[in-house]
Design a protein around this ligand. Structure first.
Ligand code: SF4
Ligand code: SF4
Length: 135
């Protein structure tokens, strides 16, 4: 039995299809949805933990990809170093779930960990390495 944590991105045209249900039915996989978000572009983003036979997981991933789902390995944790942050806002433009936002009044960075799906997109945008993603 193998476990993988993945971030799945569903484009708007397939966001309502029962695709994840088929992972259970057709590939005998177990999965837990750890976080889910609909972005402002109406994409669905979910962080899942998927368990099963290694080959079946690969087949399930192949199926998802064919259906138009984008898949990436999820990180394990994110650490924001608030002392390092210079509140430039660069990371906010890459954060699809709006876990990172700039306060409209004081222009300080806000980080809402509950909205973070650990996609890791923000990490490389930071000029002062204030964002650390653990794999
Ligand atoms: S890893 Fe970064 S870009 Fe991804 S959801 Fe979390 S804060 Fe946003
Ligand atoms: S990119 Fe880095 S320095 Fe800029 S707001 Fe985000 S965490 Fe802060």
């Amino acid at each position: 039995m193998k476990t993988r944590r993945l971030v799945l991105t569903f484009p708007e045209n397939i966001v309502t299809k029962p695709i994840t249900y088929k992972l259970v039915k057709n590939f005998d996989l177990e999965f837990n949805i750890l976080r889910a978000e609909i972005t402002t572009e109406m994409e669905g983003k979910i962080l899942i933990e998927i368990k099963g036979n290694k080959n079946q997981i690969e087949k399930g991933i192949e199926y998802l990809t064919k259906e138009g789902v984008t898949i990436q390995e999820a990180s394990k944790d994110i650490i924001m170093d608030k002392d390092q942050c210079i509140h430039c806002g660069l990371c906010t433009s890459l954060c699809i779930t709006k876990a990172l936002t700039l306060d409209k009044i004081n222009f300080k960075l806000n980080f809402n960990k509950d909205k973070c799906i650990l996609c890791g997109f923000c990490q490389n945008s930071c000029p002062v390495n204030a964002i650390k993603i653990k794999m």
